[in-house]
Ligand binder design. Structure first.
Ligand SMILES: Nc1ncnc2c1ncn2[C@@H]1O[C@H](COP(=O)(O)OP(=O)(O)O)[C@@H](O)[C@H]1O
Ligand SMILES: [Mg+2]
Length: 238
């Protein structure tokens, strides 16, 4: 069976440990995310948000179930390729909570790292990285070390890095947790713009209810399943 969704998950299960130490984190999740969608992933701490992102990102192996990334089935009770790393590098952009960047590489080195690993020549990788840094209004910081940039600038550089390999999917784990409200709103609006302009599916874990009206849809982990909800109305401030 083929999927036209950017991400599709069927009967996904993730347990850690066994016997008395068994932790059932996700127990039969079914959902899909389309290209162009910015989806907020919410649930209490420890409910499995990071674990779910890491399974979709081919980092954490599920216990069972199915995952498609675009048309490609990547997991069906086992990984369907030995090349999870390649899938990750080619299809997925990761954005994390602070600290965002590799501290001993400058900004442009951070942004060009994955494309160069994927075989893009340095000059072309740098040219594309500069275009991204311009887009995020931090081109003048290209040769600076991350420590010299503000939190918001660092996070924008991290988003540029996540986009550098032209991913179909962006997985963002609490990307605004270390930012104030104004910068958080900017980052989320930026993620929405990327989703629309580049036809990318974005999943963003957030604890910040103020960010929800900026998203298209909510996925919530509830009773070890994943349920889809509409976003609340845009009530105040944004
Ligand atoms: N490598 C691991 N080994 C054992 N348990 C784990 C591991 N990673 C996560 N867990 C457990 O899985 C549950 C979900 O964790 P996590 O996905 O980090 O939650 P969240 O991101 O929603 O806070 C927690 O109970 C956590 O302790
Ligand atoms: Mg987490």
């Amino acid at each position: 069976m083929q999927s036209t969704h950017a991400i599709k998950v069927e009967n996904l299960v993730k347990h850690f440990g066994k016997g008395d130490a068994l932790v059932e984190v996700i127990d039969g999740a079914d959902f899909h995310i389309d290209k162009g969608e910015l989806v907020a992933l919410i649930a209490p701490s420890g409910a499995g948000k990071t674990t779910l992102l890491m399974m979709i990102g081919c980092v954490e192996e599920p216990t069972s179930g199915k995952i498609w990334l675009g048309d490609e089935p990547v997991y069906d009770d086992k990984w369907l390729t030995k090349e999870q790393r390649k899938i990750r590098r080619e299809k997925i952009g990761f954005i994390f909570q602070a600290p965002y960047l590799i501290p001993f590489l400058n900004i442009i080195e951070n942004v060009t790292l994955v494309p160069q690993t994927n075989g893009v020549p340095k000059e072309k990788a740098e040219e594309e990285a500069m275009a991204l840094l311009k887009y995020f209004d931090i081109a003048e910081k290209a040769r600076e070390m991350p420590a010299l940039l503000s939190g918001g600038q660092n996070q924008r550089a991290a988003i540029a890095r996540a986009l550098a390999n032209k991913p179909q999917i962006i997985l963002a784990d609490e990307p605004t947790a270390a930012l104030d409200i104004t910068r958080s709103v900017n980052v989320v609006k930026m993620l929405k713009k990327i989703a629309v302009d580049q036809d990318v599916a974005v999943i963003m874990v957030t604890h910040d209810e103020a960010m929800l009206p900026l998203c298209d849809r909510i996925l919530k982990i509830e009773d070890k399943k994943v349920v889809s909800q509409p976003v609340p109305e845009n009530t105040k401030m944004i």
